[in-house]
Write a protein that binds this ligand. Structure first.
Ligand code: C5P
Length: 202
């Protein structure tokens, strides 16, 4: 039997951590759909045409997520993500994953609205731009990457504006999504809130 959990929200809202924890807790598969757009963005930076890169994308291309984590790839991802043909090329893979036997958690920007409007449980995880920039800044420093807080904050705001403002599949909470604002929550509190919201839908 399939059971789909859709978790959307902006960059560094905590949705990745929450998604992995929810998947572990309920024994579901997990797909970070941002990686698909990052992989296409990385290929655009390497000179490929984004639409073609999206059509040719294979699961193996997501094999080294760390190589796709940097801010340059994130910006490229958000640019290719605004191209309707790129999004269309990635739909089937995401929907197939969502319906896999045993159930799945997908996290992204448009999972509850476009990819899986029928998802059994939907969450929209958010936090203030400043809190998200602080988290992302700390993460980058921990990985030994140079970054200033101001640049990270500007990057977060720029991506938010592009992701929420695009005409195809903009980032928006589905009307039936449970909202979780993690600005003032610990990881444990945020995960507990998400697990409770999913439990209520099982
Ligand atoms: O989630 P992450 O920050 O890795 O996503 C990178 C970019 O990919 C986002 O800024 C967004 O533009 C795009 N994206 C998207 N739809 C998704 C997942 C990611 O447009 N479902």
């Amino acid at each position: 039997m399939s059971f789909t959990v859709a978790i959307d929200g902006p960059a560094a809202s905590g949705k990745g951590t929450i998604s992995r924890a929810v998947a572990d807790h309920f024994g579901l598969g997990h797909l970070d759909t941002g990686l698909l757009y990052r992989a296409v963005g990385a290929r655009m930076l390497a000179g490929e045409v984004p639409e073609q890169a999206a059509q040719r994308l294979r699961p193996e291309d997501l094999g080294d997520p760390d190589a796709l984590r940097g801010p340059e790839v994130a910006q490229a991802a958000s640019r290719v993500a605004a191209i309707p043909e790129v999004r269309a090329a990635l739909v089937d893979f995401q929907r197939a994953f969502a319906r896999r036997a045993g159930g799945a958690v997908l996290d992204g920007r448009d999972i509850g609205t476009v990819i899986c409007p029928e998802a059994e449980a939907k969450l929209f995880v958010t936090a203030s731009a400043e809190v998200r920039a602080r988290r992302r800044h700390r993460e980058l420093l921990e990985r030994g990457l140079e970054a200033s807080y101001e640049v990270v904050l500007a990057d977060v705001r720029e991506r938010d504006a592009r992701d929420a403002g695009r005409s195809t599949a903009p980032m928006v909470a589905a009307p039936d999504a449970v909202l979780i604002d993690t600005s003032a929550l610990s990881i444990e509190e945020a995960v507990a809130a998400a697990v409770a919201a999913v439990e209520a839908r099982r």
